[in-house]
Ligand binder design. Structure first.
Ligand code: AMP
Length: 173
């Protein structure tokens, strides 16, 4: 099995959640035991030979992949959540969406300075969400080993916002 099998399973949903967006629906990948396992294996491989201390996932679909990757890599899992969901002291940062702004948060004690971190999300589009996550991780002094995404929409050039960090995508459009 390889990334082509995953690509074949990802479903395009036109005009969701609003007109003009082609939503990449990953639920068929999650629902198939072999495909889900393969997606996790491919994301784990993006860490290379580096021992990862913490896998960070982005609210909400990122959690699904990041938590499984963390378990497989024998690493801890850390959530970056939308504002108001984390109970302890947080660092937060605002970022632009297509319309308006959003805020994401990270517990301020979630990562110790110098810990090796792999940031995982389902999809990289404009890169705004991942860039906000990177800003929070930089503030905590994380050693960000890479940003791994299952899907990258290359035409939106999101990785330009993430330089000089290493971005690894499994499936590109
Ligand atoms: P962005 O900040 O533009 O890179 O958007 C990334 C986040 O929005 C990811 O966490 C995705 O879950 C979600 N997202 C953006 N565009 C799409 C799309 N076409 N299909 C599915 N999810 C998307």
């Amino acid at each position: 099995m390889n990334a082509d099998c995953l690509r074949a399973a990802i479903r395009d949903v036109v005009d969701f959640p609003k007109p003009g967006i082609i939503f990449k629906d990953i639920t068929p990948v999650l629902a198939d035991a072999k495909l889900f396992r393969e997606s996790i294996a491919l994301l784990c491989a993006t860490a290379g030979n580096v021992k990862i201390d913490k896998v960070v996932g982005i609210d909400a679909r990122g959690f699904i992949f990041a938590a499984a990757v963390a378990d497989r890599l024998d690493a801890g899992f850390v959530p970056i959540r939308k504002k108001g969901k984390l109970p302890w002291k947080t660092r937060q940062t605002a970022y632009s969406l297509e319309y308006g702004e959003s805020i994401v948060e990270l517990h301020e004690d979630a990562i110790r300075p110098g810990e090796t971190v792999l940031l995982v999300d389902d999809l990289l589009a404009t890169g705004g969400t991942a860039a906000a996550a990177v800003k929070l991780l930089d503030e905590l002094g994380a050693n960000l080993v890479g940003i791994s995404v299952l899907i990258e929409l290359e035409f939106l050039a999101g990785r330009a916002k993430l330089a000089p960090h290493r971005v690894i995508s499994i499936i590109t459009y």
